[in-house]
Design a protein around this ligand. Sequence first.
Ligand code: NAP
Length: 531
Amino acid sequence: MSVSGDRAASPGAPDPVGGAGRCLVCASVAAPAGRLRQVVAAVTAEDAPPLDLVELRLDALEDPASREEAWLRELVATSRVPLVFTCRPSWEGGDYAGPEEARRRLLERAARAGAGYVDVELRARWSGEAVASFAAPVILSHHWEEPRPEDVAAVVERMLALRPAVAKLVAPAREPVDCLPLLRAGAGLVERGQPATAFCMGEAGRPSRALVAAYGGALTYATSSIAAETPEARPVAPGQWEVGEMREALRIDRWRRGWGCCGLVGHPIGHSLSPRILNAAFAAAGADFGYVPLPGRCLDGVLGLAEGWGFRGLSVTMPFKEEAARRCRSLSREAEVMGAVNTLVAYGDGWRGHNTDGPAVVAALRSAGAVEDRRVVVLGAGGAARAAVVSLVAAGARVVVLNRTPDRARTVAELAGGDTAWGALEDFEGAAEFVVNATPVGMEGGPSAGSEVEGTPVPPGRLVGDEVVLDMVYRPPETPLLRAARERGCTVVSGLEMLVLQAAEQYRLWTGEAAPLDAMRVAAGEGVDEG
Ligand code: NAP
């Protein structure tokens, strides 16, 4: 498999997939010489998460320059996928501190030994000769500590003059917005017919490793959890995705140049199911969209990247829901009443903010019966309760808000208007058509309300048995409240269904199409099972 474009760089590379093709996933591996074959075999085993390439960091070995061609050949034979050999010198951030000529000879031997690629630094004096004469195609790489725009432009031109199999540009990012110059350089190279990958390192650079696929980048680097578990193996680069995550949650193999990008902003977002659910939706519908988490503690830093890269939409989670609402050019009615958004839609040169949590609660309850003129008890008075109450009142329900801190329940009731009543959790008596838990009580590792049943916000003994009970908590999918309600004969609706429905509304807002709900439910179920 090769990532080369027009230039037929690789003797054994019949399958050019770079440029307009898919982005290959390469796992970086660094381990001591005695364990390297074992790690390569494990990482590329048939039952391991599928990989396209494995990069071996020869500079992590003791005395790498002494490695003979036969030893390198054995490594190649051990791997089920092509190997990329790299021996990063200390002057480019690596561990190799020996003579340059010995390093060059090592990489030449690796190329002869059957390397898929060898990675050579543009700054190496012999880089042009390597591109022209090595027996394997060359990934020509360049790393900056702090790239200035004019430096990036100059490197792009040098890459274009040398035409390697792949041009690779890398720099650290402090904020996600710092990724833009490199992403644009990568996109520019690809547009000019040069297979390339350009991305940023560090946690703030993590989204750029996925966005490579959205400009038609040739390959991206990921962490193999199998390699990471191997004793003495060490992490290669900060901010990498895990291979399985990239393939299963991001579905990076589908992404093509020019696709619409959507994403998730919030902190922390590592365990969010949204990437899995929305990428599954785009895949099931064959939509030209990809969805990527944009981690960051500063909303400006993430919005800067999303705006600069032309994202079509964003999901917004804690702690940015209110702050994001203030950045919108316009707000939906619900978002305006709440002063909080969970969805942004690109709208001209700004954002329109929506809140899909409330409509999702209404839709989830409606699947069990009409809500108009029915009594709905909402437990909790935080952001999710507020969204639910505002939408339920707008849909014509008669709502009672009960909260541990009754004053907050009153604030929510006043915000929603109508004849919304409020009180304390202890006031819960059942006798409602619908009960919605909008507290985190019942969540795995979450708080307990100290009611008579461990992990329920109110005593389930007070349920009559003909209520519809929705628990917003979805880890576990069947909470103690839902289990008790089901045992008493109630109809139960899982928080996972609400999660899917709020994502389905986001999908509709971004694409203008109805979401493929079944595929989203499957993805949500798989995601929650995996933890
Ligand atoms: P939030 O703003 O922090 O509000 C939490 C609410 O729960 C507050 O009213 C709080 O009462 C109450 N609470 C917290 N601990 C409690 C305890 N030990 N006993 C009784 N009440 C307690 O949180 P949120 O954003 O509204 O989210 C609430 C839950 O809904 C979370 O578990 C969240 O994951 C879930 N959620 C699910 C979905 C979905 O799609 N399924 C969507 C949104 C949210 P006080 O006012 O007295 O502090």
